[in-house]
Design a protein around this ligand. Structure first.
Ligand code: KIV
Length: 275
C-alpha cells in the first residue's frame, strides 16, 4: 500500500479498487470539484476521497455560459494544477464536449492525454448505451472511466436547460438500462445528476459499481458537489440541491474591502510588514 505525507499525517492514497470496495462496505464516497492547485490542496487536506476536474470549470473558472466551449487543452491545464497538489485523493478529469463523441478512437486518444500530460487517474464521460463502445475501449486500455447520466450538461441544448431528468417511468427505465450498459462496458462508477431520489435509488440498487449523486437524493453510494457551490464562491448562486457549508464569497469581498480601505488610508503596510 502506497502512502503519502499530507498535513503531517501519512495517509493512504485512494485508488479505484478501494472506492469500489466502499460500495461493498456501504461506505459513502465523497467527491468535490477543484480546478486549481490551492483548491485541490484544501480538498485533499480535508480528506475527500476524489477530486473532479469537471468541465463546470468553464462556468466557474473561465466565465463561459455553459460547458460546451471547454477544450481538452483547458482541462489538461487545470488537471495538471490539481494533480500537483492532490496527494491522497483520486483525481478524475472530464472529457470535454467534442473530444470523444465522434468515435471510440477519439475517446481513447483524449483520455490518454489526460493521464499522460496531466496526471489524472480516471476520466469521466457523459452518456449511456451509445458511448458503451468508447467506455469499453478506454477501460480495456487501462484507463478507469467514470460514467455520467441524468442531466448531462454537454447535452444542455437537447434538454432545453439544466432540468430534472428521468421524471417518467419510461425515462427511469432508460436511465437504468443506460447505467447497466455503461457498467457492462467497464465504468467503475457513474455520476447521476439531477434525477429524482427514487430513480437514483433504483439505479444504485441495480449496479455493482458505485453511483455518485449530485441533485439525486440521499441514496447514491457517494456525492459530488461543485466546490464553488459548497463555499458560496461567488455569493448569490443558490441551487435547491446545494448546501452552503461556508460563505467564503462574502468573507472574501469584505476582506478585500478592508484591504482597499487600509491601503487608501495608509494603514497597510506598516513597518511590521516591511522586509
Ligand atoms: O463538471 C462537473 O463539475 C460535473 C459535476 C457536476 C458532476 O460534471
Amino acid at each position: 500500500m502506497r502512502s503519502s505525507e499530507n498535513d503531517g499525517q501519512p495517509k493512504k492514497v485512494i485508488t479505484v479498487p478501494e472506492l469500489l470496495d466502499y460500495k461493498r462496505q456501504n461506505r459513502r464516497i465523497v467527491m468535490v470539484t477543484a480546478y486549481d492547485y490551492s483548491a485541490s490542496l484544501i480538498a485533499d487536506r480535508a480528506g475527500v476521497d476524489a477530486i473532479l476536474v469537471g468541465d463546470s470549470l468553464g462556468m466557474m473558472a473561465l466565465g463561459y455560459k455553459n460547458v460546451l466551449p471547454v477544450t481538452l487543452d483547458e482541462i489538461i491545464h487545470h488537471t495538471h494544477a490539481v494533480t500537483a497538489a492532490a496527494r491522497r485523493a483520486l483525481v478524475v478529469a472530464d472529457l470535454p464536449f467534442g473530444c470523444y463523441q465522434a468515435s471510440a478512437r477519439d475517446a481513447l486518444k483524449s483520455a490518454v492525454r489526460l493521464l499522460k500530460e496531466a496526471g489524472a487517474k480516471s476520466v469521466k464521460m457523459e452518456g449511456g448505451a451509445h458511448i458503451a463502445e468508447s467506455v469499453e475501449l478506454v477501460t480495456k486500455s487501462g484507463i478507469p472511466v467514470m460514467g455520467h447520466l441524468g442531466l448531462t450538461p454537454q447535452s444542455v441544448h437537447q434538454f432545453g436547460g439544466h432540468k430534472l431528468q428521468a421524471t417518467t417511468d419510461e425515462a427511469v427505465g432508460t436511465l437504468i438500462n443506460d447505467a447497466l450498459a455503461v457498467e457492462r462496458a467497464g465504468a467503475w462508477a457513474i455520476v447521476l445528476e439531477m434525477v429524482p431520489a427514487e430513480a437514483a435509488r433504483a439505479v444504485s440498487r441495480e449496479l455493482t459499481v458505485p453511483t455518485i449523486g449530485i441533485g439525486a437524493g440521499p441514496w447514491c453510494d457517494g456525492q459530488v458537489q461543485v466546490w464553488h457551490d459548497l463555499l458560496a464562491l461567488p455569493p448569490g448562486r443558490d441551487f435547491h440541491h446545494v448546501k452552503q457549508y461556508a460563505n467564503l464569497g462574502d468573507i472574501a469581498i469584505q476582506a478585500l474591502k478592508d484591504y482597499a480601505e487600509e491601503v487608501r488610508e495608509s494603514k497597510f503596510p506598516t513597518e511590521e510588514h516591511s522586509s
